[in-house]
Design a protein around this ligand. Sequence first.
Ligand code: EPZ
Length: 415
Amino acid sequence: MHTINITGGKTLSGEIVVSGAKNSIVALMPAAVLCDEDVNIYNVPRLSDVDSLVEILEYLNVGVESKEDYMKINPTSMTNKMVPNELSKKLRASYYFMGALLGKYGHVEISFPGGCVIGARPIDLHLKGFKALGATISEEGDNIIIEANELKGTNIYLDFASVGATINLMLAAVKAKGKTIIENAAKEPEIVNVATFLNNMGARISGAGTNKIKIEGVEYLHSCFHEVIPDRIEAGTYIIIGAAVGNNLKVSNLIPEHIYSLTEKLREMGVPLEVGPDYVIVSKPDKYNPVDVQTLVFPGFVTDHQQLIASLMVLANGTSSIEETIYENRFQNLYELAKMGARIKVEGKKAYIHGPTKLVGTTVMATDLRAGAGLVIAGLLANGKTEIQNADYILRGYENIVEKLSNIGATIELI
Ligand code: EPZ
């Protein structure tokens, strides 16, 4: 296990370039196996979650070649075999092999996925959708077997606009017979990125980015070139760092429309921001206003940003609140922030953060990916030294975070 040590109180300036989106690449890599030729992906972030997916692909005999931010995936010699527990448990996104292998072979056997413990995170909507497409599902211990003689296009209504279920059902439906319509589909940018990837291969998907996605099944998917979109959660992390300790910090290679809910909330807090076509320049204000945040599906305030802005709220003059509506256990970071001196009250799905408070560095624990990133923000703000244990969580979703922050003046090291 790694530890990140930070000595806080430094003003940060310069430029940080945002990497490719974790939550896109973790879907694009399983989606690639649907192709009948090889695929070429650019702007691939180097993350431990990507390494875990390479392990699964190689286990399935899929060729993977990577160089810097480029990856070629060649599934032409792949074998469809059971994906074991030790591989699927490493990350949540292993569940995308369900839709991809079902769509390609009509048969998949895989262990239940892992991922950050931020709530119950069931996959009932994925399974209900596979069944609607004609699959049968059985469970043997921790393994799940999904099979279909033939997948047939149908109408699927999602009870909740789930990101994972929307992508998984697109993957399963791409080669199904006839037309599938996903109603109440999730609208997150990563879904559009996956649909574009599949369409680049010759799939016929329309409506991605709206709540109604239509998929006309095709028989053959051909080679393509594709680019991963910038990571809006990573962009948000560095913008919040700029709001906390920045002086004209430029965060570049981002899509402003993807982070609008965050930039508007930061303006409400009094943070000076210049939003350009593909960058944001941000500085620390003299004082911060308290704000209320409610997490929602895209384009609402992103649940992943909630754990990050919490660290900034400790600076506000008054009480800020967060209402978490997507996950039931996504406040673990607040208990760690309290160890650094934050004044916090959690009541069910609402948290109240009283400010202003000067945080003091101490030893804290990253309990999940964004909780860990929130503690990095807190460590940069705090007086003295912060030691973040369990930092491997952070490395799952942030490419070169220590180098990127060192380059703009932070005192930070990975042990
Ligand atoms: C994706 O998770 C992201 N992960 C999460 O990012 C992100 O927080 C989340 O979307 C919301 O934006 C990946 O893309 C790999 P959901 P996902 O299905 O797909 C419930 C990060 O830190 N639900 O939209 O798992 C579920 O329990 C991670 O980068 C069901 O009840 O999210 C949750 O309460 C963490 N049944 C809600 O829906 C289902 O079948 C949203 O889940 C599926 C979901």
